[in-house]
Design a protein around this ligand. Structure first.
Ligand code: PLP
Length: 439
């Protein structure tokens, strides 16, 4: 389809999009393969963001495509309540071989937002089944992003995602975020300063008492708020405080899962194991909607009591472990394994870091952050127009054939893990030009 035969754009209310701006100058993608998209007018665009942090193995991978096609022909749907199908068990078995030690039970959802709300519910229910029913409070972190459902925005800490939606969940509090440009600007990898920010959890324990707190949820690397890499020692300290007070630690690995930071999961990259871990996106390479919540076996086992004919957890979705998503997940894990993709970011990260940090001298760049194959380039906002400078850079890059993402005035890069070194160079060169042109 060419731009001359655009569909009517009115009816579709687009998510997280400046609808009016988009509809004046639509950016329509029509095809994808490997590292590239092609627009509806046939223009080739290098994917610098793995779609939306999800297409980790690149686009249109044959094993995934074939798995989905074969599954659609064989069995389109199977009810997940009181029934099963073998690919759900196979995927659960295989994916739990990649997760950090002990996180060997998995509950399937259809998105990261659902994974987060599922994790929060499991945390609350677990405290109850283990006899700690007073632990009803959930703790998130300022600037956190945990999807868009009510649980997720309640523990989340991005004001625009919260302020329109009433009073949110009761009984939620937040620890401080870790962004500290005064001490950490232009850190390569994990910033040196800020481990002590984890002690903010002690402040909330002192305020509320540990006996009222069920769980703390954080992203190991905060993505949507603008790429905040955890300070050295911070996650370890958070783990210690949780252990001291019997508080569950939840890592939201929706973007960090499946190879983004150089290991299959960020928990492994940073050497800190949570009690519960949420994932989505890369589990199916973005090819079918799916999320997954991994829990320690003792959490799962705590529910396995009472009469055996009774449902143990009153939670689940019509499309939990959907056959097409499970097939996509299995094809994805095959592709990751065949090509060593879940650790490829660790091979590329030094090259990636050097190039991304080479933008330090470009106009208006006030900070650069990176880990694995994630980069954040923060620009000074134009006075009175927050977000506009970075958005203009996004438009300029797209025009020049590179897809990036912006959040506020931070440019986020998270390319597919199959990226070649020359393609990293292309992304950074295009960005440099765009940042200079936009000024
Ligand atoms: C850390 C984190 N959690 C949750 C989500 C929500 O995932 P979804 O958009 O699949 O609901 C995202 C999405 O980017 C995310 O980055």
């Amino acid at each position: 389809m060419t731009v001359n035969s655009l569909p009517n754009l009115d009816a579709y209310w687009m998510p997280f999009t400046a609808n009016r701006q988009f509809k004046q100058a639509p950016r329509l993608l029509a095809r994808a393969e490997g590292m590239y998209y092609w627009t509806d007018s046939g223009r080739k665009v290098l994917d610098g963001v793995a779609g939306l942090w999800c297409v980790n193995a690149g686009h249109a991978r044959s094993k995934i495509v074939q798995a989905i096609q074969a599954q659609a022909a064989e069995m389109d749907y199977a009810p997940p309540f009181q029934m099963g199908h073998s690919k759900a068990f196979e995927l659960a078995d295989r994916v739990t071989q990649l997760t950090p030690a002990g996180l060997n039970r998995v509950f399937f959802t259809n998105s990261g937002s659902e994974a987060v709300d599922t994790a929060l519910k499991i945390a609350l229910a677990y405290q109850r089944v283990r006899g700690q029913a007073s632990r009803t409070r959930l703790i998130g972190r300022e600037r956190g992003y945990h999807g868009v459902n009510f649980g997720g925005i309640s523990v989340g800490g991005m004001v625009a995602n919260r302020k329109m939606f009433g009073t949110l969940m009761a009984g939620v509090d937040h620890i401080r975020h870790t962004h500290d440009p005064a001490r950490n600007a232009f850190s390569v990898g994990q910033p040196a300063h800020g481990a002590e920010l984890a002690d903010d959890l002690e402040r909330l324990v002192a305020l509320h008492d540990a006996s009222t707190i069920a769980a703390v949820i954080v992203e190991p690397v905060a993505g949507s708020t603008g790429v905040l890499v955890p300070p050295q020692g911070y996650l370890q300290r958070l783990r210690e405080i949780c252990d001291r007070h019997g508080i569950l630690l939840i890592f939201d690995e929706v973007i960090t899962g499946f190879g983004r930071t150089g290991q299959p999961f960020a928990a492994q990259t940073f050497g800190v194991t949570p009690d519960i871990m949420t994932t989505a996106k890369g589990i199916t390479n973005g090819c079918a909607p799916m999320g997954a919540v991994f829990v320690k076996q003792e959490i799962h086992d705590a529910f396995m009591n009472g009469p055996e004919h009774l449902i143990e957890l009153f939670h689940g979705y019509t499309y939990s472990a959907h056959p097409l998503a499970c097939a996509a997940g299995l094809g994805t894990l095959d592709t990751y394994a065949d090509e060593g993709l879940l650790t490829r970011a660790s091979e590329l990260q030094d090259h990636f870091a050097a190039l991304v940090h080479s933008l330090r001298d470009a106009p208006n760049v006030i900070d650069i952050r990176n880990i694995g194959l994630v980069g954040g380039i923060e620009l000074a906002p134009r006075p009175g127009e927050p977000g506009k400078r970075a958005f203009d850079v996004f438009l300029d890059c797209y025009d020049k054939g590179v897809l990036i993402r912006t959040t506020g005035d931070t440019i986020a890069l998270s390319p597919p893990l199959i990226i070649e070194r020359t393609q990293i160079e292309q992304i950074v060169d295009t960005l440099r030009g765009a940042i200079s042109r936009v000024a």
